[in-house]
Write a protein that binds this ligand. Structure first.
Ligand code: ADP
Length: 365
């Protein structure tokens, strides 16, 4: 006699999503349960295509089904678990949300310039899309936009208008928008506070993003006007803070973390960039004090999202505007980026399910 659908559901009700702290049935993640003779087929809908726990969840399901079968004295053949993903929004968008079709806005910030904030933002966006998420990238670094170069937009014509909105660029699997394509490349980008606010607001809300699972926002370095505008304008799921390991960089990153916390934004975690340099012969050179950012994350009680070594290939691909090449030819680089991307997605899911996210509290004009 084969397992019944109820027995399989009972088994699934004992399997926890380790991050979300609830079982798969309560979380409404079970989408399909079928048997074919003694074989069992189960469809599970994850909260992100970038889930880092697929293997653990699969193993736990197989064990739970076999254990229920053993107690019932029922034979069980193959247990096949198929994963799909549906990114969940934190809740119904509020009436004043200017981007109701964007499920998660994630800011990438840094205490100082040059630490690799834009590099992380670009690769986070492109990497999430590689894993199957609908992703956008907003270059909010209106003083020093890098997205034009890093996404290879230089040779493309300016964005096309549609009514009052601009159509984002669709390259490397994501939608992106940058002030860099709206002003001449050699023009100094000097903004007074209200102008910075207006420029960022227009870029964010007058781009026709369509439906997105994740909108990654590359913020200017430091603690200026734009993060303030962003938190006033859009509901933010959280912020990722990038820093290099040396003390002076960590000190600045601490200020960025404090700024987000003061604004009520969840800090999803810290990325250490330029962690070490690995030479072609495999020798590792610790240039900036590897591990400094991880210690900082521990000290601030924040998730450590991962460390990116210095890879000449990463710099070359950034300059050439070919981010997808980071996943070709240098497997360690692609694996490192994927690890960080999964950790970010994991923290987004945790923040979503815990209901901790910031609704804009001030209206802006
Ligand atoms: P920020 O946005 O913090 O100012 P960028 O992302 O623009 O910094 O990075 C500064 C420069 O360092 C860029 O040329 C980028 O290609 C390079 N870079 C960043 N991270 C790495 C890394 N891990 N390995 C090699 N080059 C890197």
């Amino acid at each position: 006699m084969a397992l019944t659908s109820k027995q399989i559901h009972d088994a699934l009700a004992t399997v926890q999503d380790p991050d979300l702290g609830k079982d798969l049935v309560t979380l409404k993640m079970v989408k399909d349960v079928r048997t074919d003779g003694d074989d069992v087929h189960i469809g599970i809908e994850l909260t992100t295509p970038a889930c880092p726990l697929k293997d653990k969840i699969r193993d736990d399901i197989v064990e739970a089904v076999r254990s229920v079968a053993a107690s019932a004295g029922t034979a069980v053949g193959a247990v096949d678990v198929e994963f799909t993903a549906h990114v969940r929004a934190p809740g119904e968008p509020s009436a004043d949300n200017p981007l109701p079709n964007v499920k998660h806005v994630i800011a990438v910030g840094a205490g100082k310039g040059g630490v690799g904030k834009s590099t992380v933002a670009v690769n986070l966006a492109v990497g999430l899309a590689r894993m199957g998420a609908a992703t956008g990238l907003l270059d909010g670094d209106i003083y020093g936009p890098s997205v034009t170069t890093m996404m290879g937009l230089d040779t493309l014509p300016p964005p096309k208008p549609r009514g009052n909105t601009l159509l984002p660029f669709e390259v490397h699997g994501i939608r992106s928008m940058t002030i860099g394509k709206l002003v001449p490349p050699d023009k100094a980008l000097i903004w007074r506070g209200p102008m910075a606010h207006g420029a960022f607001k227009q870029l964010a809300t007058q781009t026709d993003w369509g439906e997105l699972d994740y909108l990654i926002v590359d913020l200017p370095p430091g603690t200026g006007d734009v993060p303030l505008t962003l938190t006033q304008l859009l509901p933010l799921t959280g912020a990722v803070v990038v820093c290099t390991p040396q003390k002076v960089a960590v000190d600045d990153a601490r200020r960025a973390v404090r700024m987000f916390q003061q604004l009520g934004v969840t800090v999803l975690g810290i990325v250490e960039n330029m962690s070490v340099f690995v030479a072609d012969d495999g020798t590792t050179y610790d240039l900036f004090g590897q591990g400094g950012a991880e210690l900082f994350a521990q000290e601030m009680n924040l998730p450590f999202l991962g460390a990116i070594p210095i890879y000449p290939q990463l710099r070359i691909n950034c300059d050439a505007g070919t981010p997808l090449r980071n996943w070709q030819g240098t497997p360690a680089l692609g694996d490192t980026l994927d690890g960080i991307i999964r950790n970010v997605a994991q923290q987004v899911s945790i923040a979503t399910m815990s209901g901790k996210f910031v609704q804009p509290s001030l209206s802006v004009t």
